[in-house]
Design a protein around this ligand. Structure first.
Ligand code: FUB
Length: 329
C-alpha cells in the first residue's frame, strides 16, 4: 500500500513539475510575459508552485486597421508557473473554446481553482445556439496544467439566467470563484453588473438565486479573496475614460460590501485592466495587464495586452495599499 502511495505521489509530482521541453524565462520586470501578448491573469497557488493562467491575445489579419467591432482574438488560454516569482516555466495552451462543444469562439477571462484534488477552470466563452451570447463554462482536470475537459457538456451560466442590464448578451463574463473554509463555494462574474451565486459542492451547479452586488463604477473582472477574516471583491472599475482597479470589503460573502476606493490607476496604453490577487510564500501579489509591450514590431493595443505583477501590501486595518504599477527594462 505504502509503495502504491509513493508511486502515486511521484506521478503527481512529475505531472506538476516542468518537463524538459518546457521553456523557462526569467522575470525582468513588467511586463512579466514578453514572448506573447497576454491578458486577464488568474493565479492559483498549489503546493510549492504558483500557476498563472492568461488569455492569449493573438494577432488577426486586419487587426492593425480595425476600428471598433472586433477588439480581441483570443482562441486559447496559456499557463505559466513559478516556484520563486523569478524563473517561469511555460506550459503552453491548456484550454481552448474548442474544448467546449457548445462554444463558437473567443476565450475571455477565467480562473482556475482546486478542490478535493480536482482543478476547475471557470471561463468565459461565446456560446452558440440555443444560448447565443457570452457564457461561463467549467472544465476540469486532475492536474493544474491539464488536460482540462468540459465538466458538464453545457454552459454553467447563460445569458437567459441573468438580467441583461446595459451590456445585453455579453454581460455573463469574467468568472471568479472562492471556496470558504467551511466548504461553501461562490461564483462571481459579470460585465456592467456584478453577479454572485453559491455553487454546489460539486462545483458545477449553481445553488439558489443569483444576487447582484452593487459596486461603484463596476465594469468587469471581479476577483474574490479572503485574508484574516476580511472578504475582498476587487474589480475593474471605470476611471477617467479607461478602467482602473477598485475594491470593496465585507465580513462575509453575503455582504454588505463597503467600497474601499482605487487599488491602482489605469494601465499603460490599455482600456482594460484585470486583477488577480494571491498570497505566495509569505508575500501578496497583484497580477493585472497593460498594453506596454512591443512584440514582433507590433505595439501594444487593445487586443495586444501584457500581463504584469506587483507586490501588494495591506494596512493594519486590512485595507489594501494603493499599488504603483512598476515597469522593467
Ligand atoms: O479579454 C477580454 C475581456 O477584456 C475580458 O473578459 C475583460 O475582463 C477584459 O479584460
Amino acid at each position: 500500500m505504502k509503495h502504491i502511495l509513493s508511486i502515486g505521489i511521484l506521478c503527481l509530482l512529475a505531472a506538476c513539475s516542468p518537463k524538459e521541453n518546457q521553456k523557462i524565462f526569467v522575470y525582468e520586470g513588467n511586463p512579466l510575459v514578453r514572448n506573447n501578448f497576454t491578458a486577464d491573469p488568474a493565479a492559483l497557488v498549489h503546493g510549492d508552485r504558483l500557476y498563472l493562467y492568461v488569455g492569449h491575445d493573438e494577432y488577426y489579419a486586419g487587426q492593425d486597421t480595425a476600428s471598433g467591432g472586433r477588439e480581441f482574438n483570443i482562441t486559447e488560454w496559456l499557463c505559466y508557473s513559478t516556484t520563486d516569482m523569478k524563473n517561469w516555466t511555460e506550459h503552453g495552451a491548456v484550454l481552448s473554446p474548442a474544448d467546449f462543444k457548445w462554444a463558437v469562439g473567443e476565450a475571455w477571462a477565467s480562473q482556475v481553482i482546486e478542490r478535493d484534488g480536482k482543478f476547475y477552470y471557470y471561463t468565459t466563452v461565446q456560446a452558440g445556439e440555443p444560448c447565443v451570447g457570452k457564457a461561463i463554462g467549467v472544465a476540469v482536470s486532475d492536474s493544474p496544467t491539464g488536460p482540462f475537459t468540459d465538466a458538464i457538456g453545457r454552459p454553467l451560466v447563460t445569458d437567459d439566467m441573468t438580467s441583461n442590464g446595459a451590456r445585453g448578451w455579453w454581460n455573463d463574463i469574467d468568472p471568479t470563484v472562492l471556496v470558504e473554509e467551511d466548504g461553501q463555494a461562490w461564483l462571481c462574474w459579470g460585465n456592467g453588473t456584478c453577479f454572485l451565486a453559491r455553487l454546489k459542492p460539486n462545483m458545477t451547479e449553481l445553488d439558489g438565486d443569483i444576487a447582484v452586488v452593487d459596486l461603484p463604477e463596476y465594469v468587469e473582472g471581479p476577483w474574490l479573496h479572503v485574508r484574516n477574516g476580511i472578504y475582498y471583491l476587487t474589480y475593474a472599475s471605470m476611471g477617467e475614460g479607461r478602467e482602473n482597479i477598485a475594491y470593496a470589503t465585507a465580513s462575509g460573502m453575503e455582504g454588505p460590501w463597503t467600497y474601499r476606493g482605487e487599488l491602482t490607476g489605469m494601465a499603460e496604453n490599455s482600456f482594460t485592466i484585470h486583477p488577480a490577487i494571491v498570497e505566495f510564500k509569505g508575500k501578496w501579489y497583484l497580477f493585472y495587464h497593460n498594453a506596454a509591450l512591443t512584440l514582433d514590431g507590433r505595439a501594444g493595443a487593445i487586443g495586444r495586452r501584457s500581463v504584469c505583477v506587483d507586490e501588494l501590501h495591506y494596512n493594519e486595518d486590512g485595507t489594501m495599499q494603493y499599488v504603483e504599477q512598476t515597469k522593467g527594462n
